[in-house]
Design a protein around this ligand. Structure first.
Ligand code: TYD
Ligand code: MG
Length: 455
């Protein structure tokens, strides 16, 4: 029999190709394509139609079943991101950069769930048990009834789970696990995929919730969490800047709750502390109104969050001016610069542009367009916006402003934090929130004229 043709897969996103290349076509990552042995080539029999299978029972959509009881950890920010607590026999992936605090968060979560009466098992494949116990001691969690194991052999772990029958198993991390029926090294795409498959199907079969930790990798040496994203019910990413103490847990996929929900934590000397009112935190060090600084009234998942956008515009010494963005999409920045130039006649040629979202927050909402434009103009004109004003709205390529959803929630949050004016697009609903004046603008040129007196 001819040797089956090898396939290649990207260790960053899991895309499969039949030839090697230096750059992944799917995600654009360099040097991430590795040779892969498929899990199982399957029987080489004739087509499926040759022998009949059994017919499967079909049902309708009516149901008498009540939704499964969720367990609250007591960490409100974590419960929120999970969609209102932990669902039994669900599979959850928690991804993030090394050192961002995944092990800390999950040890705290394990202790909380165990204290709530959930039988919890924490398997560390990265640290010795003494290390985990030392962390538990630092976090003051030693009395929580968490069962701890350090192991990387998947067969032994599954056997242990089978006998112990925990209600929650935490696997830290999926990249250290290895299955002895897969030939390649731990951390390779096929190992990570096999381990995730075994653990998620165990979760469904045995009524155990499983949380998998996955390191995000830049170099492609080990497979990243995206390889297992499609196998699990919920995908959470733990993000934050190393220099900042804020950490954001974001649901990017959730079969049991809204996606894009965020939980905000602060890394302290005693582990992660919940941040109940993130807006107050992200805005806390605002002083006098400064040119280039604008407050954006955004929505993250189901909750409004105010963030400060900061822009700096300066003459460029380079032949190709810089465009640097932290916390927002650089393609979107290029678009707004183009609209400002084409529709309002305000060029940024020969100017370096820096844009930063304060506090280490990442914004994905198009509703931030108008706030970004305001920050850029304010920096360019060296004119500060009034300190009591928030801005939101989407900008279209024509220069028109498009209404965005949840205006009322945005206004209420702004009002709560002491703002009195909001600049927003015309159209859509315009609820009245006591104490908030709403300034409607139809297009970007009007905005420039009214706010900066130019255009
Ligand atoms: P860790 O949870 O080990 O990260 P990960 O599992 O994502 O790799 O967290 C590591 C960092 O967190 C480390 O730099 C130290 C810091 N840290 C604190 O600041 N306070 C604490 O109480 C703990 C336990 C860790
Ligand atoms: Mg860790």
């Amino acid at each position: 029999m001819a040797k089956s043709k090898n396939q290649f897969s990207c260790s960053a996103c899991g895309n499969i190709t039949n030839k090697w290349s230096g750059r992944c076509d799917a995600c654009g990552e360099w040097n991430s394509i590795v040779e892969d042995t498929p899990l199982s080539a399957g029987p080489k029999a004739a087509s499926l139609g040759a022998t009949k299978g059994r017919s499967i029972p079909l049902t309708d959509l009516r149901t008498e079943e009540i939704p499964p009881p969720r367990t609250l950890s007591g960490l409100a920010e974590l419960d929120r991101v999970l969609g209102g607590g932990l669902v039994p026999s669900s599979a959850i992936l928690v991804g993030g950069d090394p050192g961002i605090g995944k092990s800390t968060l999950l040890l705290q979560a394990a202790a909380n769930f165990a204290n709530k009466g959930l039988k919890t098992l924490y398997v560390s494949g990265e640290e010795a048990s003494a290390q985990v116990r030392m962390r538990a001691q630092r976090l003051d969690l030693t009395s929580a009834p968490v069962q701890l194991a350090t192991e990387t052999n998947l067969r032994d772990i599954l056997t242990t789970l089978e006998t112990e029958k925990p209600q929650l198993a935490i696997i830290d991390s999926i990249q250290t696990m290895w299955s002895d029926n897969v030939g390649s090294a731990p951390g390779s795409v096929s190992q990570v995929r096999a381990a995730a498959h075994e653990l998620t199907s165990f979760a469904k079969r045995k009524n155990t919730a499983v949380i998998l930790v996955g390191h995000v990798t830049k170099d492609g040496q080990i497979a990243g969490p995206r390889v297992v994203e499609h196998m699990v019910d919920t995908v959470l990413y733990f993000e934050g800047e190393r220099g900042h103490q804020f950490r954001i847990l974001r649901a990017v996929k959730n079969r049991f709750g809204p996606a894009d929900e965020i939980g905000v934590f602060e890394m302290t000397g005693k582990g992660l502390a919940e941040v109940i009112n993130p807006s107050a935190l992200f805005l806390s060090d605002r002083g006098e109104p400064t040119p280039g600084s604008v407050v954006f009234a955004g929505i993250e998942g189901t909750r409004p969050v105010l963030t400060e956008l900061q822009a700096l515009v300066a003459p460029s010494p380079h032949s190709q001016p810089r465009r640097t963005v932290v916390g927002w999409d650089s393609g979107r920045l290029a678009m707004i610069l183009a609209v400002l130039e084409a529709r309002c006649g305000i060029p940024f040629t020969g100017l370096d542009v820096y844009l930063n979202v304060a506090g280490g927050m990442k914004i994905n909402e198009p509703a931030a367009d108008l706030a970004v434009a305001a920050a850029l103009l304010s920096a360019r004109e060296d004119a500060a916006l009034p300190a009591d004003t928030v801005v939101f709205g989407e900008i279209s390529l024509s220069g028109a402003l498009r209404a965005v959803g949840q205006t009322e929630n945005r206004l209420k949050e702004a009002q709560k934090l002491g703002f009195t004016t909001a600049i927003a697009p015309k159209g859509g609903k315009s609820p009245s929130v006591g104490g908030m004046a709403l300034k409607h603008m139809g297009d970007l040129a009007t905005f420039v004229g009214e706010v900066f007196g130019a255009g």
